[in-house]
Design a protein around this ligand. Structure first.
Ligand code: SF4
Ligand SMILES: [Zn+2]
Length: 353
């Protein structure tokens, strides 16, 4: 109960400070090479404006590490505003080869209160008619993964992969509830995965799990182990792909408050490498380590000498699904000590070089 109250207070405070942006200002798109189901390939990323994640706007205050709500319109955005912005993005890009289209809405694409049904239909129908769209990827909390809705979405994309990414974050219900304030259980997650698995005989529907690396109140050592265990669990549950999200300090979150007070530090980059290398050995589905924020003051960090090099090595390892090669650096010893012996949830006194 306490974590909800705290998160709600911090969220309210932060929402008051955020400068409200129009749907046009929030909508954006970019191209990047990424891992498709068929291997390396182009991906069109787009952010479509909505009213924002219902969970973050609820009494719960949302998840302890997430500030997506600050990138939302906060008030509902009607279909008549979303549809032209989507078409504007699609008109800007010519898809010359099989491409994945990733739609981010700073919340749940499948929640009709966030993404109006009319807009959802128009978006999927349009993508279904473009030959070089190979995959459509959306994000959703598991409670909106409903059999009828998924069937309808897939019916617009007959020959394309439709992937639903869900923020499992951790295989531990305790971590998800008390450290992340996620608001759903493993059982809820498994039900959603079952629905997707069940529809695979009829459609090219797939699922992805996001796993948070090092939630609050977690030591470096625990963070590594929990991320690996969560990937093993996700594969067993029937997930098709995994994406690790190493914690980064976003504004207006509980994680930021703890970081400011010296009670939290994002993971070492060495830890993310240990996780991805072990997962590549132990798990048979594709796994990505997201490198956003690596090497920055608020993100995963080693030292100035090795941050960028390791970041690039992880990106390559993601695209080819191969282990990250061994590299030596003076900072590695400190990480080894911290990640081997410290079992307390702080890792905060580290001086960053
Ligand atoms: S992580 Fe997802 S569910 Fe949690 S607050 Fe952010 S958008 Fe909402
Ligand atoms: Zn280093």
């Amino acid at each position: 109960m306490q974590i909800k109250k705290l998160t709600r207070e911090i969220r309210n405070k932060s929402l008051k400070k955020v400068k409200k942006r129009s749907p046009e200002e929030l909508s954006t798109s970019w191209y990047q090479e990424d891992l498709l189901y068929q291997g390396r390939g182009p991906t069109l990323f787009m952010i479509l404006p909505t009213g924002g994640c219902s969970w973050a706007l609820s009494e719960s205050g949302g998840c302890t590490m997430c500030s997506y709500i600050n990138d939302s319109h906060v008030e509902n955005v009607p279909a008549r505003d979303i549809i032209p912005l989507f078409h504007e993005i699609m008109d800007k890009h010519t898809l010359e080869e099989p491409t994945a289209v990733k739609i981010f809405t700073s919340g749940s694409f499948l929640n009709p209160d966030e993404m109006p049904v009319e807009a959802r239909r128009e978006i999927l129908q349009t993508l279904g008619e473009i030959e070089n769209v190979a995959e459509v990827v959306v994000e959703s909390r598991p409670e909106y993964v409903n059999r009828e809705i998924i069937k309808e979405c897939c019916s617009y994309l007959p020959d394309k992969i439709f992937e639903i990414s869900m923020g499992l974050e951790s295989a531990s219900d305790h971590t998800r509830e008390y450290k992340i304030n996620k608001g759903f259980s493993k059982k809820d997650f498994e039900q959603a995965v079952e629905i997707i698995k069940d529809l695979k005989s009829e459609y090219k529907v797939r699922s992805k799990a996001y796993i948070l690396v090092k939630p609050i109140l977690t030591s470096e050592k625990q963070g590594i182990q929990e991320a690996i265990d969560s990937a093993i669990y996700a594969e067993k549950a029937g997930i098709d792909r995994i994406s690790f999200c190493p914690a980064t300090i976003h504004k207006g979150t509980l994680i930021e408050e703890l970081w400011r007070k010296g009670s939290y530090q994002p993971p070492w980059i060495w830890s993310t490498i240990k996780i991805i290398n072990q997962v590549r050995e132990k798990v048979n589905i594709p796994a990505i380590m997201d490198t956003s924020g690596f090497g920055s003051r608020r993100g995963p960090y080693n030292c100035k000498k090795c941050n960028s090099k390791l970041k690039q090595m992880i990106i390559d390892s993601n695209l080819d699904q191969i282990p990250v090669k061994e590299l030596e650096c003076d900072c590695k010893n400190q990480w080894q000590v911290e990640s081997s012996f410290c079992d307390i949830g702080r890792s905060t006194t580290r001086i960053r070089y």
